[in-house]
Design a binder for this molecule. Structure first.
Ligand code: 0O2
Length: 212
């Protein structure tokens, strides 16, 4: 058990540093925006390292071989960073700024804003790979970045709680109400973005399509 704990700590460590690298990049962008642009598109940043239990569940779900090499290869959301933005256009703007950085290599993008999940879930997901410099050299670490608006985040956190409360078996009526609430959250995003543009006029984030 002790040997497992030690090997798991060694396995997980680069993912923690991957989170540190990405959150530093986002914090720098955020501070630069606040200092120089009189407008900050990033509301808040959070991160999480997948627990051993959650990795185990995913191994079973993905029928992945239970070896560290196989897990490294097939589970790409062990390190997760969530960026919550004010408006939909900010989500794409921040995504572009982050992924334009030369040490950020985009492996995969899932745009659940352009194509929401059937339950109404919206977010822009990107798996990026970034170098982490350790004493013995550098390693490339995958980090899942989720970008969403405040309204999308509000919806997703409540939906997540409900999903776990019912252990995944959510009653049909609640599912219907949740999907309707996702539409309401979307309407709010559209209205707030329009207001924002009216108040600010043409800005650096103009011209980016709003998913309706
Ligand atoms: P947690 O607790 O956030 O870690 P893949 O990794 O691509 O093979 P997966 O995991 O289905 O397959 O990828 P996807 O679709 O990108 O979703 C990954 C994460 O997005 C989830 O992580 C959630 O954080 C979030 N997510 C996806 N769909 C929903 C949804 O319907 N509702 C909510 N609230 N969140 C969602 P985990 O590992 O499931 O959970």
């Amino acid at each position: 058990m002790r040997a497992f704990r030690e090997s798991f700590a060694r396995f997980i460590m680069p993912y923690k540093f991957g989170i540190d690298e990405v959150t530093t990049k986002v914090s720098i962008l955020r501070e630069e925006f606040s200092e120089l642009h009189e407008y900050n598109p990033i509301e808040h940043i959070s991160s999480r390292l997948k627990s051993a239990e959650s990795i185990e569940q995913k191994i079973v779900r993905k029928q992945c071989e239970p070896s560290y090499d196989a897990i490294r290869e097939s589970i790409t959301d062990i390190a997760g960073v969530r960026i919550v933005c004010s408006f939909v256009s900010d989500v794409y703007h921040v995504f572009d700024l982050l992924t334009a950085q030369e040490d950020v290599h985009v492996l995969r993008v899932k745009d659940y804003i352009a194509a929401p999940k059937p339950n109404g879930y919206k977010s822009l997901h990107a798996i990026v790979e970034i170098p982490v410099f350790l004493s013995e050299g550098s390693v490339l670490v995958p980090v899942e970045i989720q970008l969403r608006t405040v309204a999308m985040d509000f919806w997703a956190s409540l939906e997540h709680k409900i999903y776990y409360k019912y252990d995944g078996d959510v009653p049909a009526g609640i599912l219907r109400d949740l999907t309707a609430a996702a539409d309401t959250a979307n309407d709010l995003d559209v209205t707030m973005e329009k207001l924002h543009h009216q108040v600010r006029g043409a800005g650096p984030t103009d011209g980016i399509p709003i998913a309706i």
